[in-house]
Design a binder for this molecule. Structure first.
Ligand SMILES: *[C@@H]1O[C@H](CO)[C@@H](O)[C@H](O)[C@H]1NC(C)=O
Ligand SMILES: *[C@@H]1O[C@H](CO)[C@@H](O)[C@H](O)[C@H]1NC(C)=O
Ligand SMILES: *[C@@H]1O[C@H](CO)[C@@H](O)[C@H](O)[C@H]1NC(C)=O
Ligand SMILES: [Ca+2]
Ligand SMILES: [Ca+2]
Length: 324
C-alpha cells in the first residue's frame, strides 16, 4: 500500500513538472507567433489574386521565387491549389500528381488509384485508368500520404518534367530536403507528346496486352538535382540493376507478362523486361501478385533491395510529378 502511494506521488510530481514546463513554453510564445503568423498567412492568402495556369506563369508574371502553395486556374476557369517548386533549376515547376503505395501487400486494392482499385481484372485492361482521364483526387499537402492528381495534369501545356521521391508522410515544407532523389528533364520532350502526361499516355496507352516488351514509350535523359546514377541504381533490387540503365525517365514500359506500367523513375529498361520490379503505376491487369501502384517492388524480400525487391527507401517514398 505504501509502495503504491509513493508511486502515485512520484507520478503526480512528474506530471506536474511536465505540464508546468509545457505551460511556460506555451505562454512565452503565442503573441509573437500570432503576429508573425498573421502577416505570413496574409501574404500566402494574397496569392489567391494571381491569375495563372502554371507555376511557370506565376514565376514569370509575378516574380515569385518562394516554394509553396499557389492558386492556379484551368482553361475552363477551374481554380485549384498546388505546390510550386520555385527554386530548382530556375523554378516554375508545378506539382501535378503523386503516386503513393499505401499497401504493398494489397494487390490492386483500395489506394491503388494509379493501377486499379478494382482488383486484378482481365476485363479491365486499363481499369479506365487515371493516367489518361480528367478525374482528380487528393490534396497537395497530402501528396506524400496518399495519391494526388490535380487539373494541371491535363490542363498545363509543359515542356519538361521533374520528379521527387519523398519519404511517406513528410510535411510539405520539408519535401525538398527530405527527398531521397530529385531530377528533371531539360530537352523539352513533352512538346513531342502534346505537352503533358494526359496527352503522352494517349500516344502510349497504359493498358494490358498493348504489345510486347519492346513497344515501350520514350526514355528521356535526366539531370540530377539530388542523388546520381549510382544512388538511383542502389534504390532498386540487385537483379533489376542488371536490366536497366540509370539516368532516364521512361514511359509506358511493358513486362514479359504483357502488363503495361506508366513510369520507370530514374531508369531505362534495357534487358529482361521484368519492369514490374522497378516501374510504377499501370493498367487494370497484371500477372497474379504483381498488380499495384508499386507493382512488384516487394517480390522476394520486402524493402531489402535484394533479389528483385526494391529498397525500403524507395518502397516507402511517394513519387511526386512536376511539369514546367
Ligand atoms: C518575436 O520573435 C522574433 C524572432 O523570432 C524576435 O526578434 C522578436 O523580438 C519577437 N517579438 C516579441 C514581441 O517577442
Ligand atoms: C495583401 O494584399 C493587400 C491588398 O493589396 C495589401 O494591402 C497587403 O499589404 C498584402 N499583405 C501582405 C502581407 O503582403
Ligand atoms: C481513379 O481514381 C478514382 C478516385 O480516387 C478511383 O475511384 C478509381 O478507382 C481510380 N481508378 C482506378 C482504375 O483505380
Ligand atoms: Ca497496393
Ligand atoms: Ca496509391
Amino acid at each position: 500500500m505504501l509502495y503504491h502511494m509513493l508511486l502515485f506521488l512520484v507520478v503526480l510530481v512528474l506530471v506536474e513538472h511536465l505540464t508546468h514546463t509545457e505551460a511556460t513554453r506555451d505562454v512565452e510564445t503565442p503573441q509573437n507567433l500570432t503576429r508573425t503568423n498573421f502577416e505570413h498567412l496574409e501574404r500566402l492568402s494574397n496569392r489567391s489574386r494571381y491569375v495563372a495556369r502554371s507555376c511557370k506563369e506565376i514565376r514569370d508574371r509575378y516574380n515569385e521565387q518562394e516554394d509553396g502553395l499557389y492558386y492556379l486556374t484551368t482553361a475552363n476557369g477551374m481554380v485549384y491549389q498546388t505546390f510550386c517548386d520555385m527554386t530548382t533549376a530556375g523554378g516554375g515547376w508545378t506539382l501535378v500528381a503523386s503516386v503513393h503505395e499505401n499497401s504493398i501487400n494489397g494487390r490492386c486494392t483500395v489506394g491503388d488509384r494509379w493501377s486499379s482499385q478494382q482488383g486484378n481484372n482481365l476485363n479491365l485492361p486499363d481499369g479506365d485508368g487515371n493516367w489518361s482521364n480528367r478525374n482528380t483526387f487528393g490534396t497537395a499537402e497530402g501528396a506524400t500520404s496518399d495519391d494526388f492528381k490535380n487539373p494541371g495534369y491535363y490542363d498545363i501545356k509543359a515542356e519538361d518534367m521533374s520528379v521527387w521521391h519523398v519519404p511517406n508522410n513528410f510535411p510539405l515544407d520539408h519535401w525538398n530536403l527530405a527527398a531521397i532523389l530529385r531530377y528533371h528533364t531539360n530537352n523539352r520532350f513533352l512538346r513531342l507528346y502534346g505537352g503533358n502526361l494526359f496527352q503522352l499516355f494517349k500516344h502510349y496507352p497504359v493498358r494490358y496486352n498493348i504489345g510486347s516488351c519492346s513497344n515501350r514509350g520514350p526514355a528521356v535523359p535526366i539531370v540530377y538535382d539530388h542523388g546520381d546514377r549510382e544512388t538511383t541504381r542502389m534504390f532498386y533490387g540487385l537483379k533489376p540493376r542488371k536490366e536497366f540503365e540509370p539516368g532516364f525517365i521512361t514511359f509506358r514500359a511493358i513486362n514479359n507478362e504483357r502488363a503495361a506500367m506508366a513510369i520507370c523513375s530514374g531508369v531505362k529498361p534495357i534487358a529482361g523486361c521484368n519492369t514490374e520490379h522497378y516501374c510504377i503505376g499501370g493498367g487494370g491487369y497484371f500477372y497474379p501478385d504483381q498488380c499495384g501502384d508499386f507493382p512488384s517492388f516487394d517480390y522476394d524480400s520486402l524493402g531489402m533491395g535484394q533479389g528483385w525487391s526494391a529498397s525500403k527507401e524507395m518502397t516507402e517514398a511517394a513519387v511526386l510529378l512536376f511539369y514546367r
